[in-house]
Structure formats: structure tokens, C-alpha cells
Design a protein around this ligand. Structure first.
Ligand SMILES: *Cc1c(COP(=O)(O)O)cnc(C)c1O
Length: 369
């Protein structure tokens, strides 16, 4: 019990329902789940089993360690490790039944050699880079390899060919069409191997072919995959913190470190237990703008000045005063303050709000696993 900590509620039923919604958009394609970075901060040990129970059979993590942790809680699922594999670590993948996503010839040759030496079928995915210039084979390298992959001549079994989009949430860019058509051309060389293109935003947009496997992450956790319109996903994360102290100050009083906020009118401040050590942003994206807002009752109230390590000061002057008392809950994430809005106010993206959710918050999970 941590009576100071903010309360973080994670709704596993909403995650399950978001996965089912994305699966329903996929037609015949299978909907996997990207659960890297502790399931985007929501807690892999809870979210993994909740997704498996909802029907998800294929998971994507970033690191080997994440895969090992996930394997312990979803014994039967297929697990891909997106960041490939580090030299010498192949035995650890086999031990936990994990599939690396291979993105260089070095990785491919090491994996193939290991599989041959141990007479393993060596299931793995192949990553092609179609324009993100991050991980994956150059298109020409894949072209040269395609026939051998298709005919299993390399000593291992490619079970997925994938690429990652650079701008799927952007409407007015030619890059989506370029990556999509290049990927379509490349995977036509390996027709027997399932292909995977779509992240969250792409799953929601008809112009992206689904191929065999979809890989949404953000939308599962309530992020808006369609930033140009209202969010079709259910909110997953709620964050509330109790009021510690209330203070009335006259006009002209300065507030917080370095006196960055000065009361323009007689003001009522409240202080809550959440600060930059909890993953919140310390400085506003623009001077004189609040770095965060909170909801007190139905009133949106801005943070006053800079965030401290463990605390923030809120200008609650406009809040209904009967809602202001010691221990009354203030909402940092929830309702109109969804993760996309919280991210925007902090000068970042909702993804970072999720992956920064503090270990110090008291966590509550809604829904049974
Ligand atoms: C993170 C990631 C995804 C999921 O992307 P979202 O935008 O969160 O849906 C899919 N594929 C790869 C390769 C990724 O790194």
C-alpha cells in the first residue's frame, strides 16, 4: 500500500475488446498484438494473458527478455522478437520457444547455421526495410534471397515476412503508397510465407492491404489510431491522484521552482503526488503553456509552473470549490484527458505517456485474466 502514490487503473476488458475490434477489421488476416516495452507500460504479465484469453495467438516483443517473460505467462502463443537476435543468443530463443525477426544477412546466416547444427526447424521472421531505414533487409537483398526462403533452402523456416510503415497515421504522404506497393511486390516472391505490414493506424485504413498478419500495438492500449478523427478505441488507462494540500495565494505570487508561474489573479492551488520522477514531463513544450492539465470534477485545470520530482502544483482557481479537499481525487488521465491529449499537452506523443507510466503508481487491474 502506497497512500501517496497516484492510482493507475488498467482495464484488461478494454484491451481485450480493442483487440477484438481490430481483429474484426482484418477480414481473414490474423490480428497479433505488439506487447513490447511492458505492453506499452500496461504490464506484460497481465496484458499478455488477457490478450491470449481474448483470442490472440501471436505476440511481438522488442527484446529477448520480454519474450522470456511473456513465455512464462502465455505458454502456447507464437512470440516474435522484433529487434532480431544478438550474436550468440540463438540458444536462448530456442529454449523459450521464441522466434527472432531477422533483418540482416549476418543474423540470417547465424540463425541458419544454428538451426542446421541442432537439426531444428528454426522458425523465424524476415524483416524487410521498405523506407523506414531502421531494421531489415534492403529490398535487393531480399529479392536475391526470396527463392531460397520460399523453398526452405537456407536451413531454417521463415514463418513471416514483414515490414514496418514510417507514416501510417499520416494521410497526406506518398510514403505509405510507396512502402505498401514495394512490400506487395517483394512478398509476391515468397507466396507461401505469411506477410505482415499493418500497425495500429494501418489496420484502421482500408488502403493498406492486411496481408496474413496484423501487428497493432498502440490502439490496443486505447491510443487513437486515427488522429484525424475521433478515437474508435476504448480507453484503457486511468490515472488519479489525491489532493495533498490546498493553498490560496494573492495575485502576483510566484509558484514553483524558479518562480516560473506568477498568479495573474487571486488563485487557489492544489498539490498532488506525481512529478517528473513518475515519467511526466518537467517543462512545457512552449514557455507560458502548462505542461499538463488535470480534471477536478468536470473542470480542466492547468499545472502551474514546472513539475517537481514528486509533486505538481495545479491552478485550481476555476474548479468547483466543494470538489477541493484533502484526499479528493484529481484525474491526470481519463475521460476527455485521453493519452493522446495528455501527450500533446506535454509536447510528445501518447505512446510515450504510456511507456513512461510510473512504477510508483498504485496499479489496479480491471477484468479477470
Ligand atoms: C511498435 C511496432 C508495431 C506496433 O506499432 P503501433 O503503432 O503501436 O501499432 C508494429 N511493428 C513494429 C515493427 C513495431 O516496432
Amino acid at each position: 500500500m502506497n497512500p501517496h502514490g497516484a492510482h493507475l487503473t488498467i482495464d484488461l476488458n478494454a484491451i481485450a475488446s480493442n483487440w477484438q475490434h481490430l481483429q474484426s477489421l482484418g477480414g481473414a488476416a490474423e490480428c497479433g498484438a505488439v506487447v513490447k516495452a511492458d505492453a506499452y507500460g500496461t504490464g506484460l504479465d497481465y496484458t499478455g494473458p488477457a490478450l491470449a484469453k481474448a483470442g490472440c495467438r501471436t505476440f511481438f516483443v522488442a527484446h529477448l527478455q520480454e519474450g522470456q517473460r511473456l513465455r512464462a505467462v502465455v505458454p502456447n502463443a507464437t512470440i516474435y522478437v522484433l529487434n532480431g537476435f544478438v550474436q550468440g543468443s540463438a540458444p536462448l530463443y530456442v529454449e523459450s520457444g521464441l522466434r527472432p525477426v531477422l533483418g540482416t544477412l549476418d543474423e540470417i546466416h547465424e540463425w541458419a547455421g544454428f538451426a542446421r547444427a541442432h537439426a531444428l526447424s528454426g522458425e523465424a521472421a524476415i524483416h524487410i526495410d521498405t523506407g523506414l531505414n531502421r531494421l531489415g533487409l534492403e529490398p535487393d537483398v531480399f529479392r536475391a534471397l526470396a527463392e531460397d526462403l520460399e523453398n526452405k533452402n537456407l536451413g531454417f523456416t521463415a514463418t513471416l515476412v514483414m515490414t514496418h510503415l514510417a507514416s501510417s497515421e499520416t494521410l497526406d504522404t506518398a510514403q505509405n503508397e510507396q512502402q505498401t506497393s514495394l512490400f506487395g511486390e517483394l512478398v509476391s516472391l515468397t507466396p507461401s510465407i505469411p506477410a505482415s505490414l499493418c500497425n495500429s493506424s494501418a489496420v484502421t485504413r482500408k488502403e493498406f492491404p492486411r496481408h496474413a498478419m496484423m501487428r497493432p500495438g498502440y490502439a490496443l492500449y486505447g491510443g487513437n489510431p486515427t488522429p484525424w478523427t475521433t478515437n474508435p478505441m476504448k480507453p484503457v488507462v486511468t490515472l488519479k491522484a489525491p489532493i495533498l494540500q490546498i493553498r490560496d495565494i494573492p495575485q502576483g505570487t510566484c509558484v514553483g521552482y524558479n518562480a516560473r508561474w506568477v498568479a495573474k489573479r487571486p488563485s487557489r492551488l492544489v498539490v498532488i503526488s506525481a512529478g517528473y520522477a513518475d515519467g511526466l514531463m518537467r517543462l512545457p513544450p512552449e514557455p507560458d503553456k502548462p505542461v499538463a492539465e488535470v480534471l477536478i470534477g468536470d473542470t480542466l485545470c492547468p499545472v502551474a509552473g514546472r513539475l517537481s520530482m514528486d509533486l505538481m502544483i495545479i491552478d485550481a482557481t476555476d474548479a468547483p470549490h466543494d470538489a477541493l479537499h484533502r484526499n479528493a481525487p484529481v484525474t491526470l488521465i481519463g475521460g476527455p484527458l485521453d493519452i493522446d491529449r495528455v501527450g500533446k499537452t506535454a509536447g510528445t506523443i501518447g505512446y510515450l505517456i504510456l511507456t513512461s507510466l510510473s512504477r510508483r503508481y498504485q496499479r489496479h487491474y480491471l477484468g479477470q485474466v
